[in-house]
Design a protein around this ligand. Structure first.
Ligand SMILES: Cc1cc2nc3c(=O)[nH]c(=O)nc-3n(C[C@H](O)[C@H](O)[C@H](O)COP(=O)(O)OP(=O)(O)OC[C@H]3O[C@@H](n4cnc5c(N)ncnc54)[C@H](O)[C@@H]3O)c2cc1C
Length: 309
């Protein structure tokens, strides 16, 4: 197996064009597990870990990409530790999700770009990126594509990257309202999600976005639930009045989120349990977000911020 170590971004793109079979490696927390367990034997590894552009965090101004509060351009190899330490205020949903990934060692190496590259339905970034309305910057020697996150996941561990493309960054709109993430697993750390839910309020648009992980072949949004709850909030003038969401409406929202799932039975959980847990997490994350919107508090969860449901 060749080990290719480009000196910079342009060289990395040229190598990927020349050798599309070369497997990118950033933190290596997915790639090395697959290689060590014999699940993968790529002809070459393309080491992206030393490329400065992929470690950059940039703040784009308000209005960029139709984002009223601006966006964060998160280099593909930025590790979770930095997302947690530096982006908790700008991207609270993603930072909450990052807190639940693996262990400190994994969070020091693992990256959002690697999560996107792996495109596992259980990847923890995906629900938060869907709820935020992120965009993936996919680059090749042919040019740059900005792929909306809704179009990025194509199937189980399949994404929209062409064989010669690399992820340069993910652009995530800065939060304009409360965001939450909840994940179910047998314990609070070092655990792959049995299922996960993210909710983000977008008060300036009067919309609510969702993301569901590990409960369908790809991460998915619950669009019917989003439309339903946006209608409830608009009809009751609740964004302005900041009254509680009626329990029946929160319950219906939870049901519709569960309806958006198409889970399977596997070693981590049954389909029925996943549907149930997704509904519970949908109701909770919506309540946490709405309580924060009403009170202006950043994290009103009764658990005091524990990331798991
Ligand atoms: C013990 C352990 C616990 C874990 N716990 C969790 C968890 O709780 N939640 C979770 O979501 N994940 C978890 N993971 C999986 C892994 O840590 C994450 O998916 C992480 O985000 C991968 O990032 P990485 O930089 O290490 O990716 P890598 O392993 O380097 O790459 C992963 C994939 O992305 C591709 N890739 C990487 N960078 C690019 C790029 N710039 N352009 C195109 N393709 C690219 C690679 O080719 C590969 O297919 C865990 C892994 C381990 C070993």
């Amino acid at each position: 197996m060749d080990f290719l170590r480009p000196g910079g971004w342009e060289e990395a793109l040229a190598v990927k064009a020349e050798r599309p079979g070369a497997l990118p490696i950033a933190g290596g927390t997915d790639v090395m597990v697959e290689i060590n367990h014999g699940g993968r034997r790529p002809e070459a590894l393309l080491d992206l870990s030393g490329i400065a552009e992929l470690h950059a965090l940039e703040h784009e101004p308000a209005g960029a990409g139709d984002a009223p509060a601006g966006r964060v351009r998160l280099g593909a190899a930025v590790p979770y530790t930095r997302v947690i330490g530096e982006l908790g205020a700008d991207l609270p949903g993603l930072a909450l999700a990052a807190r639940t990934v693996g262990s400190p060692q994994i969070r020091n190496r693992g990256s959002v770009g690697g999560n996107l590259g792996a495109a596992s339905p259980a990847g923890d970034c995906h629900p938060a990126l869907l709820a935020s309305g992120a965009e993936v910057e996919a680059v090749s020697v042919r040019g740059t594509r900005h792929v909306p996150i809704d179009d990025f996941y194509l199937g189980v561990k399949r994404n929209a990257l062409a064989p010669d493309e690399l992820i340069r960054s993910v652009r995530v709109p800065r939060a304009t309202g409360p965001q939450q993430f909840s994940k179910v697993g047998p314990r609070n750390a070092m655990v792959i999600a049995v299922c996960a839910v993210a909710v983000a309020l977008h008060p300036e648009r009067g919309t609510v976005r969702t993301g569901i992980g590990s409960a369908a072949p790809t991460p998915v949004r619950a669009r019917e639930a989003e439309e339903y709850i946006a209608g409830v909030l608009a009809d009751g003038d609740l964004w302005e009045r900041r009254d509680p969401i009626p329990p029946a409406a929160a319950g219906r929202f939870a049901e519709l989120v569960a309806d958006a799932c198409s889970p399977i039975d596997d070693v981590r959980g049954t389909a029925a349990y996943r549907r149930h847990a997704v509904a519970v997490m949908a109701r909770r994350t919506l309540r946490w977000c709405w309580d924060a919107h009403r009170s202006g508090a950043s994290d009103p969860r009764p658990e005091g911020g524990a990331p798991c449901a």
